[in-house]
Ligand binder design. Structure first.
Ligand code: NCD
Length: 310
């Protein structure tokens, strides 16, 4: 059974297949409107979500399938003390595929060990968020036209931001990629990512405190919010939350074709005035999330059933 726990669970050729399928869905959605008839997607969300859960559900409905699930731990039996392992054993007999978000790093992986249906990690703590990464890659492919020869800046909470960790891992597989990691000292990229991904693959990177100094060098700026829910102490969050605010003045220093991505939700880190800048593509990015999740559901269900249509 194939599960998607990390973005590199798809090799480059499978990733290309996923992105090409998503592009075909964008061109001709009608062709896929019945592709998952009689199939069920369970969304098991133990943590808040707007885009990820609703785009998964929208994706399955667009494919002609049905959805079931819960949107908070409070409304599931985890409040009674049920383990993720027991929950997934039961859900395996209720649904054909599931997307799980959990505050604990590794919970979807544990679920995958006990599941007889494909498990998709929809965000596990401060660890990984593979389907956001596939969304980001579809955005870059469509709006930038390439994955190679890019200088990518990640700005904000690089310590707890799971979308950052996953996208660094995925982009590190391309040629001539350079990262500029823009964060305050307290929110730097974790050492395990520097050691196991960046240094191991000889990917050039700089750590930088100042967005203004970095922005002129970037082809892509990936903004993130400070992850309030992962702080142990509110005073630290309050001190760090407005470290970076991207505004029109800073955008004036950037390349004319730099793209601004953000997984959303935005808090204060991008001023609303930036939304009208054609380089600001975060709302388009959120739209791509539905198509890429349609493609992923289709591929996983096809593989699970070992036949061409699901
Ligand atoms: C991200 C997440 O949940 O990690 N949101 C999303 O899925 N689009 C980013 C965030 O919450 O900051």
């Amino acid at each position: 059974m194939r599960h998607i726990i990390s973005p590199t669970d798809l090799n480059l050729s499978e990733l290309n297949e996923l992105l090409s399928l998503a592009e075909d869905i964008i061109r001709d959605p009608e062709k896929y409107s019945d592709a998952c008839r009689k199939k069920k997607l369970a969304t098991l969300f133990y943590e808040p979500s707007t885009r990820t859960r609703l785009s998964f559900e929208s994706a399955m409905l667009n494919l002609g399938g049905s959805i079931l699930g819960f949107s908070s731990a409070d409304s599931s039996s985890s409040t009674k003390g049920e383990s993720v392992a027991d929950t997934i054993r039961v859900i395996s007999s209720y649904a054909d595929i599931c997307a799980m978000r959990h505050p604990k790093e590794g919970a979807p992986y544990v679920a995958s060990l006990h599941s007889s249906i494909p498990v998709i990690n929809a965000g596990d703590g401060g660890h990984n968020h593979p389907t956001q990464t596939f969304t980001d890659l579809l955005t870059i492919k469509n709006l930038k036209g390439r994955f190679d020869n890019l200088t990518v800046g990640f700005c904000g909470d690089l310590k707890f931001g799971r979308t950052v960790h996953s996208l660094i891992g995925a982009l590190s597989r391309y040629t001539n990629i350079k990262f500029i990691l823009i964060s305050p000292e307290e929110l730097k990229v974790p050492d395990y990512i520097k050691e196991e991904v960046l240094l191991q693959n000889n990917i050039p990177f700089e750590e930088e405190r100042c967005l203004v100094s970095a922005i002129p060098k970037l082809d892509i700026l990936y903004m993130t919010r400070v992850q309030k829910e992962r702080f142990f102490n509110e005073a630290d969050y309050i001190r760090l939350k407005d470290t970076y605010i991207l505004n029109s003045k800073k955008m004036a220093l950037a390349k004319e074709d730099m793209l601004v991505l953000h997984p959303l939700p935005r808090v204060n880190e991008i001023a609303v005035e930036v939304d009208d800048d054609p380089r600001a593509v975060y709302f388009k990015q959120a739209e791509y999330g539905v198509y890429v999740r349609m493609a992923l559901i289709l591929l996983l269900l096809r593989e699970a059933e070992g036949r061409k249509t699901c």
